[in-house]
Design a protein around this ligand. Structure first.
Ligand SMILES: *Cc1c(COP(=O)(O)O)cnc(C)c1O
Length: 435
C-alpha cells in the first residue's frame, strides 16, 4: 500500500517537473526515490521526539507532557466502555460535565465549572452565551493575538458580541471602563497579556477594581487567563496569581487552558457563576466544542493530583522544579559518555543558561538551567542539527553560533541514553556525508 502511494507521488512529481522543463530521472533514481518515500510514509507521522530546546510548554512540540500514570488511566477508560454519560447510581443517563467539573470547582473555589476543547473555544463559548448582540468592554492593551488565528477582536466578532475598546495600548484607567458602560454593555472582559509584556509608562485596571466597578454597575466581569496556574507561582520578577485567587476576587467567569501551566491535556476550562456556566452548557456551541473521553479522563487525573497536594507527580512541575545541581550532574554524565564516542575534534561543554516556560505563559520569565554544548568543525553544525531532527527518535535542539545546545531541563532522564545514541549516530552520518 505504501509503495503504491509513494510510486504515485513520485511519478506525479516527475510529471510536474517535466511540465516545467526538467528531464526524466534514470530508472534507478526513480526506484530509490519511491523506496525512500515509502519508508517515510510507513512511519507514523505524529511521533514522539526529544525536546532539548528548554522551552517547557512548547506549543509546536505538544505543550505539557502527561505522566505514564495519567495515560494508563486514559487507556483504561478508552479501551473499555465507561461512565462517560452514565449515572451508575440511578442507572440512567448522566452528564459528561460531572466528572471533572466538581473537582475543578473544589480546586479553585468556583461555584460552577465546565470543560471544552481548548481555551480558544472557552472564550468563544463564553462570549457567545453572555454577550451575543451586545457590547463587551476591553482595554486596548489587551486586544491580543495569541497565535494561529486567535485574536480577541476576531473571536469577539465570531461570537456575535460587539467590541467596545477603551483606553490606549499602554494605559487604561478605571474611568475608561466606567465611561463605556451603558445599557448595551453585556460584559467587562480582561485578557491576560500572555505572550508579551508592555513595560515603561503603563497602567491597567486590576481584576479587583474591575469587579468592584462591575458590581456597582450591575455588569459581569470575565477574565481570560490563558495559562491558569493552581498555586501562586513566581519566577524572578514575574508572578502569576493562582486561579483560586482570581476567582476569590469575585470575578464572574474565568477561562484557562488545560495544557499550559495546569500541565494537563489540551482543554479549556470555564469557571465561575453557576447561572452563566449553566447557560453555556445548554448553548448550541457547547456540543461543537465538547471534549472527548480521553481528555476528560486525563484532566480528571491531573485535577486530582492538585487536590491531593501532589502536583509533583505531573511531568510539567518536575521539569520546572528540577534543581540546577541535578541538571548539572546529568549534563556532566552525558558529557563523559559522549566524549567516549565522539572524536576529540568535537568540543563538549557544560553551560549555565536559561529555560523558558513557553506556550504564551509568563513571557520574560527565566528559569536558570544547565545545557550541554557540542561544537564540531566550523560549518558542520547545521548538517548535524538536521541529522538529529531526521533521526528515528528526532531531537530538536538549539543552534547558536555553530554550537548545538541541549537544555537538560526539557529532556527526560529516561531519554538520555537514546539522546546520546542519536547524537553520536547523527555525528558519524553527518561526517560520512561530508566526506
Ligand atoms: C493560550 C491562550 C489562549 C488560547 O488557549 P488554547 O488552550 O491554546 O486554545 C487564549 N487566551 C489567552 C490569553 C491565552 O494565553
Amino acid at each position: 500500500m505504501w509503495i503504491e502511494w509513494a510510486t504515485r507521488e513520485v511519478l506525479d512529481g516527475i510529471r510536474r517537473g517535466v511540465g516545467k522543463g526538467l528531464s526524466v530521472p534514470a530508472l534507478p533514481e526513480v526506484a530509490e526515490r519511491v523506496l525512500r518515500r515509502a519508508e517515510d510514509l510507513r512511519r507514523p507521522h505524529l511521533r514522539p521526539l526529544i525536546n532539548a530546546t528548554g522551552v517547557i510548554i512548547h506549543t509546536n512540540l505538544g505543550r505539557a507532557p502527561l505522566s505514564q500514570e495519567v495515560m494508563a488511566y486514559v487507556a483504561a477508560v478508552a479501551t473499555q466502555y465507561s461512565t462517560l454519560e452514565y449515572d451508575l447510581e440511578g442507572g440512567q443517563r448522566g452528564s459528561r460535565h460531572d466528572h471533572v467539573s466538581r473537582l475543578v470547582e473544589a480546586a479553585i473555589g468556583a461555584e460552577a465549572a465546565m470543560v471544552v476543547n481548548n481555551n480558544a473555544a472557552a472564550v468563544l463559548l463564553a462570549l457567545s452565551a453572555m454577550a451575543r448582540g451586545r457590547e463587551v468592554v476591553v482595554s486596548r492593551g489587551e486586544l491580543v493575538e495569541i497565535g494561529g488565528a486567535f485574536r480577541i477582536p476576531e473571536v469577539m466578532a465570531l461570537s456575535g458580541a460587539i467590541l467596545r475598546e477603551v483606553g490606549s495600548t499602554n494605559k487604561t484607567h478605571r474611568r475608561d471602563y466606567e465611561g463605556a458602560i451603558g445599557d448595551q454593555t453585556a460584559l467587562l472582559l480582561k485578557v491576560h497579556q500572555s505572550n508579551f509584556r508592555i513595560i515603561g509608562f503603563t497602567e491597567s485596571v486590576s481584576t479587583e477594581e474591575l469587579v468592584q466597578l462591575g458590581r456597582a454597575k450591575g455588569v459581569p466581569v470575565m477574565e481570560d487567563l490563558g495559562s491558569g496556574v493552581m498555586f501562586p507561582f513566581r519566577l524572578g520578577e514575574i508572578e502569576e496569581p493562582s486561579v483560586a485567587m482570581l476567582v476569590a476576587t469575585g470575578t464572574d467567569l474565568v477561562t484557562f487552558s488545560g495544557d499550559k501551566l495546569l500541565g494537563g491535556p489540551q482543554a479549556g476550562i470555564i469557571a465561575g457563576r453557576k447561572e452563566w456556566v449553566d447557560a453555556m452548557k445548554k448553548h448550541p456551541l457547547a456540543r461543537a466544542v465538547r471534549v472527548d473521553k480521553m481528555t476528560l479522563a486525563a484532566l480528571e487525573m491531573v485535577t486530582r493530583a492538585y487536590l491531593e497536594g501532589n502536583p509533583r507527580s505531573l511531568p510539567l512541575w518536575q521539569m520546572i522544579e528540577e534543581t540546577e545541581a541535578s541538571l548539572e550532574q546529568r549534563a556532566q554524565a552525558m558529557k563523559n559518555k559522549l566524549a567516549v564516542s565522539l572524536p576529540d575534534s568535537v568540543a563538549i561543554s557544560v553551560h549555565r543558561d536559561f529555560s523558558e516556560v513557553g506556550g504564551g505563559s509568563m513571557p520574560g520569565a527565566q528559569i536558570p538551567t544547565v545545557t550541554l554544548g557540542l561544537r564540531a568543525d566550523a560549518g558542520s553544525s547545521v548538517a548535524w542539527e538536521r541529522a538529529l531532527r531526521q533521526a528515528a527518535m528526532p531531537v530538536v535542539c538549539r543552534l547558536h553560533q555553530d554550537q548545538l545546545i541541549f537544555d537538560l531541563r526539557t529532556i527526560f532522564a529516561s531519554q538520555e541514553s537514546q539522546l546520546i545514541d542519536t547524537i553520536v549516530e547523527g555525528y558519524w552520518s553527518m561526517a560520512a556525508a561530508n566526506g
